[in-house]
Design a protein around this ligand. Structure first.
Ligand code: XLS
Ligand code: NI
Ligand code: NI
Length: 440
């Protein structure tokens, strides 16, 4: 192995220094070993770095060229550059103190001229990833395949009208699952990429959605064949890049999984900015997936309310992280999933050190969200107010409806007798909102 130069020589390991520290290259709230509800913050949060944004993000946007200063991104043979970048990635993750990372196949290793060459590039990088994982203890939270950048996927991958695009995607995902398995990945994610359409006149929607289901079944079968027992995730996202994405939101995805008999194998990987693009709050998506047993993992980021696309900003809002962690705790945590920062530094934040500030801020925001949510659960005031709102359902009528012993006829009889429903009580939304603010 060639001599490796440190990429961030001026930065040492990021440590917990507590809320009063003035050091902005320290954690103020994320104390990995601290216990919350009897579990360490480290194990609650299972932070992951997203390889694509953090190590492949260039800062280009539709109007401007790359801006990022990344001295380790030297010119040269793409595989050598990829291997060098792997060292940098692990230096960064070790200094930051995260336990996990996530990647697409083409983030970590370059696409070759043929499929065989791409596979061998991926194997070469996987060797190095594996040795860094062993040395550092950092693990792969999930792997995935890039089925959207290359022109062969212009009409989608599993939903392409071109059968060989489907076949190539199958080959690519087979390899990505094999590598994820080899790296002992805790999961594998399907994000739709270009699985959707722009115009229904030229689209056979039923056929495309059927094909997507076939594709996922093949993935599940292959995992079984090689003994990969990691969790599969489906990541909803609306509107981008196609007008109608088949994986619009949690409800759409869960319906798809159930319709095609995939519900035992695949859970949701929910992303904040995707939720907001779908017209939902992240808490809504988490609750919807959680209540049906589909809550798997989180892609942590945030959008900008004034910008209408997936801006993938680092999350810093305590209100948001509190909403997220309250719901996560309610449904028993994320393991084997985690909190993956699917977020990128702003185009204007182009120095390497900005990568540290961004992740530290996100980790601290989630640590605070976690402790605030735990405090809310511990004193139970929010739950008590909520229970009061539904108190009428503890009556024999309420129990009878819930257990199926009441009917339209039996309920009509009771309402005829009383003449009208008892008046509703106030929803107390402002009281709820004020109460939440007392914990922040
Ligand atoms: C894109 C998605 C993507 C997935 C992984 O918007 O968030 O990054 O998380 O393919
Ligand atoms: Ni994502
Ligand atoms: Ni996204």
């Amino acid at each position: 192995m060639a001599e490796v130069k440190e990429a961030f020589p001026e930065i040492g390991p990021i440590r917990y220094e507590g809320p009063s520290s003035k050091n902005m290259l320290a954690f103020h709230h994320y104390n990995a070993d601290a216990l919350v509800e009897g579990v360490t913050m480290r194990d609650h949060l299972r932070f992951a770095v997203a390889y694509w944004h953090t190590f492949r993000g260039t800062g280009s946007d539709p109007f401007g060229s790359p801006t990022m200063i990344r001295p380790w991104e030297t010119a040269g043979d793409p595989l050598t550059v990829a291997l060098n970048r792997t060292h940098v990635a692990f230096e960064f993750m070790e200094k930051l103190g995260v336990g996990f990372y996530c990647f697409h196949d083409r983030d970590v290793a370059p696409e070759g001229r043929t499929l065989a060459e791409s596979n061998s590039n991926l194997d070469a990088v996987a060797d190095l990833l594996e040795s860094h994982q062993k040395r550092s203890g950092i693990r792969l939270l999930w792997g995935t395949a890039n089925l959207f950048s290359h022109p062969r996927y212009v009409h989608g991958a599993a939903t392409s009208p071109n059968v060989e695009s489907f076949a190539y995607a199958a080959a690519q995902v087979r390899k990505a699952i094999e590598v994820t398995h080899r790296l002992n990945g805790a999961g594998y994610t399907f994000w739709g990429g270009r699985e959707g359409y722009q115009c229904l006149w030229n689209t056979d929607m039923k056929r495309e959605v059927d094909h997507l289901a076939r594709f996922m079944h093949m993935a599940v079968d292959y995992a079984k064949q090689i003994g990969f027992t990691g969790q599969f995730y489906f990541e909803p996202k609306p509107r981008e890049p196609t007008k109608h994405q088949y994986d619009f939101d949690a409800a759409t995805c869960i319906n798809f999984l159930r319709t095609y008999g995939l519900e035992k194998h695949i859970k949701m990987n929910l992303e904040t900015n995707h939720a907001t693009l779908a017209g939902h709050e992240m808490q809504h998506e988490l609750e919807y997936a959680g209540m049906q047993g589909f809550l798997g993992s989180i892609d942590a980021n945030t959008g900008d309310t004034l910008v209408g696309w997936d801006t993938d900003q680092f999350p810093t809002s305590l209100y948001l992280s509190t909403q997220i962690m309250y719901t996560v705790l309610k449904y028993g945590g994320l393991t084997p999933g985690g909190v993956n920062f699917d977020a990128k530094v702003r185009r204007e934040s182009f120095e390497p050190i900005d990568l540290f500030h961004a992740h530290i801020g996100g980790m601290d925001a989630f640590a605070r969200g976690l402790t605030i949510a735990a405090a809310m659960r511990a004193d139970g005031a929010v739950q008590k107010l909520l229970d009061e709102r539904y108190a009428s359902w503890s009556s024999s009528m309420g129990k009878g409806i819930e257990d199926g012993s009441e009917s339209f006829v039996s309920l009509e009889k009771q309402m005829l007798k009383s003449g009208d429903a008892t008046p509703c009580s106030s929803g107390r939304q402002e009281l709820f909102e004020n109460l939440i603010n007392t914990y922040l």
